[in-house]
Design a protein around this ligand. Structure first.
Ligand code: CP
Length: 333
């Protein structure tokens, strides 16, 4: 592997290989070494799980890791090309990327969508700049479009509980209530990766909450190529009916993109989009998954997330094992 920007641009066999490697590392069957390798983690946004699990993953592989938070630990970075830098940004991203590429053998980057202009955000300019200018492998730790390391841990958790033959597995990805419009990287990656594996994917959301058309079309094609199925519905009974996995996430509407206050007013009509026992009762004893952090009793009822069917902590733990597999696949001999 020479980078990890999105899982859906890999083959099912390549993703399966990463998960198998992660499982072997989790079981303690192999302990490969990344001694003398250097990983740099650059965060434009906060994190609890991603930062902790990547730092520990690299340390457990005997490698070196340096974490930087932009704006606090680094200079503020200019992203646009060909600008006169007489504003607040002190350093151009291409210079920062080239310099960090001289120190690190790989660079992890977290850069969420800014939430103002989707046409700009969907170009993923920060990750793209690092891929273009750093000269070393880039690992996407969540960008505007994708959160591949989360999706890897999600599929690993599904396979641990439902077996590795997941083609046709009924899986529900449901929009959930939240006070704020959130990024779409997690649902994009979950939808595309479950489609890549040919699952029976039910995408449940209120009208106006479809993902980017490129993602919806790609998910449809991946599903069809892998012998799966994609159902898009706002009907909870149809979306949850007979499902084995319920994956909850909130995200912002493209109809209101850049207009948070208008969307917040609209969302007040959607507070019933919570994952609760009533909805879970439509499923076939489904497991509950969420990437975390989660707002309890807004996105999901305590009775669901605290139930024996909730695997959110296994899912979070699997970030560590999955990322060790990613790091070794990129940096190992
Ligand atoms: N799921 C996830 O990426 O968590 P953090 O935002 O805490 O890193």
């Amino acid at each position: 592997m020479n980078k990890l920007v999105s899982l859906s641009h890999m083959t099912q066999e390549q993703v399966r290989g990463l998960i198998e490697l992660a499982q072997r590392m989790k079981a303690g069957e192999i302990s490969p070494s990344l001694k003398d390798k250097n990983l740099i983690l650059l965060f434009f946004n906060p994190s609890l799980r991603t930062r902790t699990s990547f730092e520990l993953a690299m340390q457990q592989l005997d490698g070196n890791v340096v974490t930087l938070n932009t704006g606090g630990d680094t200079w503020t970075l200019e992203v646009d090309e060909n600008v006169v830098m007489d504003g607040s940004a002190v350093e151009h991203i291409k210079d920062a990327a080239r310099v960090l590429g001289r120190y690190g053998d790989a660079i992890g980057v977290r850069a969420f969508a800014k939430g103002e202009d989707w046409e700009r955000d969907r170009q993923d300019p920060i990750i793209g700049s690092f891929v273009t200018y750093s000269g070393v492998p880039i690992i996407n730790m969540e960008s505007s479009l994708y959160h591949p390391n989360q999706a890897l841990a999600d599929i690993m958790t599904i396979m641990e509980n439902c077996g590795t033959d997941v083609r046709g597995l009924p899986v529900t990805l449901t929009w959930a209530n939240h006070p704020n419009p959130l990024p779409m990287a997690v649902p994009n990656s979950f939808l595309l990766t479950t489609a890549l594996f040919g699952m029976d994917v039910r995408f449940v959301r209120p009208e106006g909450y479809d993902l980017d058309p490129m993602v919806m079309e790609r998910a449809e094609k991946l599903c069809s190529d892998a012998g799966g199925r994609l159902t898009v519905t706002d009907n909870v009974e149809e979306g949850y009916g007979g499902s084995r996995i319920v994956y909850a996430k909130s995200w912002g509407s493209l109809d209101y993109y850049g207009n948070r206050n208008e969307e917040k007013k609209h969302r007040k009509k959607l507070t019933h989009w919570i994952v609760d026992d009533e909805k879970m009762a439509f499923t076939d004893g489904a497991l509950f998954l969420h990437c975390l952090p989660v707002r309890r009793n807004v996105v999901v009822a305590d009775s669901v997330i605290d139930s024996p069917k909730s695997f959110v902590y296994d899912e979070a733990e699997n970030r560590l094992h999955a990322q060790k597999a990613v790091l070794y696949s990129i940096l190992g001999e």
